[in-house]
Ligand binder design. Structure first.
Ligand SMILES: *Cc1c(COP(=O)(O)O)cnc(C)c1O
Length: 373
């Protein structure tokens, strides 16, 4: 059994993927081929945003977003304490200060109350300028955009939606990637929409920001082309082969999201009351990039993981650390009482999950996990 079954997905989509890849190989337009623009147009439509600008990976998508809004040292960037390091790493690399906030204990997403408390603390201290909030759709579950957007408006903060785990998810009928001033995603192979290498994208409705992103991602190119460099930028393009793979996968993304709901419902029914199951707020659809549950405590989690290992059922702790305890962030002070994030790190474990997970395998996972409890 695979933790995320990319082989089964390839078998299902092989004719379309192979044809798309072969077309690129024959055209030899490996950089900037027509598939890239086609993908950007289709993704912008899919998500419901004016512009989609593809780039080299989800981390650089965030970096480009921070650069387009002119991040600088002295800026404070608020983000959940439980996410992948990329949510805030590029901001810190560009000189800003990370401020970690707690998560909601049920949805595992940025807790608006903790966010507000941290924003007010930074405002009062006056050391850093509160500037950005990164709201992550953690595990594919949409963040609480209504409450978070309100805080951002009241405190004049730029909201970035990190939808790396949430392509295909939706919040109150609107697709993830359409929230905040700007949104980013990743096409890392294991994400809900993944390519066969690295890839990412930025979404915006703002023409001026879109222009800056298109410039920054190609060495700060100017209106006269790529040797007319008007600012310092990056080399951050999505290559044509990856775009071809993504076009084939985008055709089935909606069906896959539906299949993910069926697997999640089956797991939910089996595990309700035994472990803490993921909570998706009413009106929202999670992409279930991962299906993670919480054991009552870390000893019980270890017991389950040992049993799974013995039965050769793969598992993954996703993630084992809160960000503020990572050595990389040791120089940054702040509130260290982020209890829900800490509890999540200590008790979570992810189960094998994909739209292609057979009912037989689902049943095996359920039986093995329940036997350990
Ligand atoms: C994967 C991920 C990223 C970074 O994407 P890469 O393509 O791996 O650079 C950023 N944020 C979150 C929440 C992610 O899960």
């Amino acid at each position: 059994m695979e933790f995320i079954d990319l082989k089964a997905q390839y078998r299902a989509l092989q004719p379309a993927i192979d044809a798309g890849v072969r077309k690129v190989l024959e055209s030899t337009r490996f950089i900037g081929g027509p598939e890239v623009k086609e993908l950007e147009n289709r993704l912008a439509d899919f998500v419901g945003r004016k512009h989609c600008i593809t780039c080299a990976n989800g981390t650089e998508a965030l970096q480009l977003a921070f650069m387009a809004y002119g991040i600088s040292s002295g800026d404070a960037v608020f983000c959940p304490d439980m996410t992948f390091i990329s949510s805030v790493e590029p901001a810190v690399m560009l000189g800003a200060t990370p401020v970690f906030c707690d998560i909601d204990p049920e949805t595992y997403n940025l807790d608006p109350i903790s966010l507000l408390r941290q924003v007010q603390r930074v405002e009062q201290e006056g050391k850093w300028r509160p500037r950005f909030v990164v709201a992550v759709d953690f595990l594919g579950n949409p963040a609480d955009f209504e409450a978070i957007s309100r805080i951002c408006k009241e405190h004049n903060l730029i909201l970035i939606e990190d939808a790396a785990q949430a392509t295909g998810a939706s919040y109150q009928g609107k697709r993830c990637g359409s929230f905040g001033d700007i949104a980013t995603t990743s096409f890392f192979p294991s994400k809900p929409l993944g390519c066969y290498g690295d890839g990412g994208a930025v979404f915006t409705d703002d023409d001026e920001i879109a222009g800056l992103l298109n410039s920054f991602k190609v060495h700060g190119k100017g209106p006269k082309g790529k040797y007319d460099n008007v600012r310092i930028g990056l080399n951050s393009r999505l290559d044509t082969l990856q775009a071809a793979v993504l076009l084939a996968k985008l055709d089935v993304l909606e069906e896959e999201i539906e299949a993910r709901q069926r697997v999640a419902a089956r797991y939910n029914d089996a595990f309700r009351g035994k472990v803490q199951i993921p909570a998706v707020s009413k009106g929202n659809i999670s992409a279930y990039a991962q299906y993670c549950v919480l054991a009552e405590n870390s000893e019980l989690r270890q017991q389950v993981l040992d049993t799974m290992k013995e039965a050769e059922v793969p598992s993954l702790i996703y993630y084992p650390n809160v960000l503020h305890e990572l050595d990389a962030f040791a120089p940054y002070e702040g509130d260290r009482q982020l209890m829900a994030a800490k509890k999540y790190a200590e008790c979570n474990f992810g189960l094998p999950f994909s739209p292609y997970l057979t009912e037989e395998d689902q049943q095996k996972v359920i039986e093995v996990v329940l036997s350990a409890l």
